[in-house]
Design a protein around this ligand. Structure first.
Ligand code: EPZ
Length: 431
């Protein structure tokens, strides 16, 4: 079994460059199914299993997907051969459900397996379905599949999302690009990845305005074409390295990190006593003075991101005093706490909050990653702990962090991966 082994106690210092954002590439890949003509070329695509999995899903629908070594991904969906996505591929990742909106808008039909819950929560898709129905689709759930159809074209409509959902905003926005007339998505999610998707859709010929605010306005067009697009830097990867700098009391420049995408993390780090300097080419994080406990609550963007909650919690376990971390997005995103306890941390769970009593010394232990961000938190804790930490469950980390081990080693971390060749990734070849 592949593991990551870490000898903790080394202070990280230097520069690390962030990759393109996984969570921006995935919806853009799904959106490329909307293009009846032309090729899409996405630049700055990281090598991650999630990207490969979604490439397999779009290929199963008849599209072409080629990922090259230099991080560019070419997609062409001129000929779609089916509107049913295979269960075996979709069950591997929830983001596969994003092919539903483009298929519905372009062909009038989709049949996509209902994504199940996962380790962090139940994660229903009712708001995605609400969006499709508001645009005139009939949607039913049968035999484990969500099936939607519309007789002619989708019709633009006013859609109010009951929950601020990244996925439902994305699916509704993509479907509305080819609807007849105007669509208004109210209570939309405002994440930078949604703005990036809107920019890509507009480059394809769509008319999307207001992305990044809670009202998105889409004027439907008749057809879309492939387009070239460079994705935004990964703010969660960037935030993870910023927290790695803080937990090791180091000094790291995170090249490519965009301050506006990470303002809540920067604010919380400063509140804890960490020095954060933003620069046009990245963010520098320095932790050389005493740090103080803080309270953190996850919220939709621009609030504190749930995808950095576990890593922030790991940092707080190393700061003496009581910190409180509250998770408002997912009902079960504290599985890392049980693993962190194996490293000597004192954390009590009370409902949706974790009460962290910081300790001066974590101790290395064998721990298991239960999801992507939980895995990152364990690696960070290992970097700060006394002795050896062995992290298993690397399939989760490989979904979202490219070159994690070599990037941390380059910063001075004592960390190795036992299967050495970084994630055993294959190139996605054309079909
Ligand atoms: C995206 O997931 C991200 N995934 C997640 O990152 C991230 O945690 C999440 O947004 C929130 O920021 C990708 O971009 C691939 P949501 P998504 O719909 O779109 C509830 C990572 O680690 N909800 O905004 O699935 C839902 O259960 C991953 O990279 C409904 O109730 O998240 C959750 O509690 C993990 N009904 C909340 O809304 C719906 O129809 C937010 O979910 C949809 C969502």
């Amino acid at each position: 079994m592949a593991t990551i082994k870490i000898h903790g106690g080394y202070r990280l210092a230097g520069t690390v460059r962030v990759d393109g954002a996984k969570n921006a590439v995935l919806p853009i890949m799904a959106a490329s199914l909307l293009a009846e003509t032309g090729e899409t070329c996405i630049e700055e695509v990281p090598y991650l299993t999630d990207i490969e999995n979604l490439a397999d899903v779009v290929r199963s629908l008849g599209a072409r997907a080629e990922l090259s070594h230099n991080g560019s991904l070419k997609l062409s969906a001129e000929r779609l051969t089916t509107t049913t996505a295979p269960y075996e591929l979709v069950r591997k990742m929830r983001a596969s459900f994003w092919v539903a909106g483009p298929l519905l808008a372009r062909t009038g039909h989709f049949r996509v397996p209902l994504p199940g819950g996962c380790n962090i929560g139940e994660r229903p898709v009712d708001q995605h379905i609400k969006g499709f129905e508001a645009l005139g689709a009939h949607v039913a759930i049968e035999h484990g599949y969500v099936e939607g159809y519309v007789k002619d074209r989708l019709r633009g409509a006013r859609v109010y999302l009951d929950i601020v959902s990244v996925g439902a905003t994305i699916n509704t926005m993509m479907a509305a690009t080819l609807a007849e007339g105007q669509t208004l998505i109210e209570n939309a999610a405002k994440e930078p990845e949604i703005v990036d998707l809107a920019n890509y859709l507009n480059a394809m010929g769509a008319k999307v305005r207001g992305a990044g605010t809670d009202v998105i306005r889409i004027e439907g067009v008749k057809c879309l074409h492939g387009a070239a697009h460079t994705v935004i830097p990964d703010r969660i990867e960037a935030g993870t390295y910023m927290l790695a700098a803080a937990i090791t009391r180091g000094d790291v420049f995170v090249e490519g990190a965009i301050y506006n995408h990470l303002s809540s993390l920067c604010a919380k780090l400063r509140e804890a006593g960490v020095t954060v300097e933003d620069d046009i080419s990245g963010i520098r994080v320095r932790a050389d003075g005493p740090l103080h406990p803080i309270d953190v609550k996850t919220l939709p963007h621009p609030g504190f991101p749930t995808d950095l909650q576990a890593q922030m919690l790991a940092l707080l376990t190393t700061i003496e005093g009581v910190s409180i971390v509250t998770e408002t997005l997912y009902e079960n995103r504290f599985l890392h706490v049980a693993e962190l306890r194996r490293m000597g941390v004192d954390v009590k769970l009370e409902g949706r909050s974790a009460i962290v009593e910081g300790v001066s010394n974590l101790t290395g232990a064998r721990v298991n990653a239960t999801d992507l961000r939980a895995g990152a938190a364990l690696v960070l804790a290992g970097l700060a702990a006394n002795g050896e930490t062995v992290v298993t469950g690397l399939e989760h980390l490989d979904r979202g962090y490219g070159d994690l081990v070599s990037k941390l080693r380059q910063l001075g971390g004592y960390i190795v991966r036992t299967d050495e060749a970084q994630p055993p990734l294959r190139l996605v070849t054309a079909n």
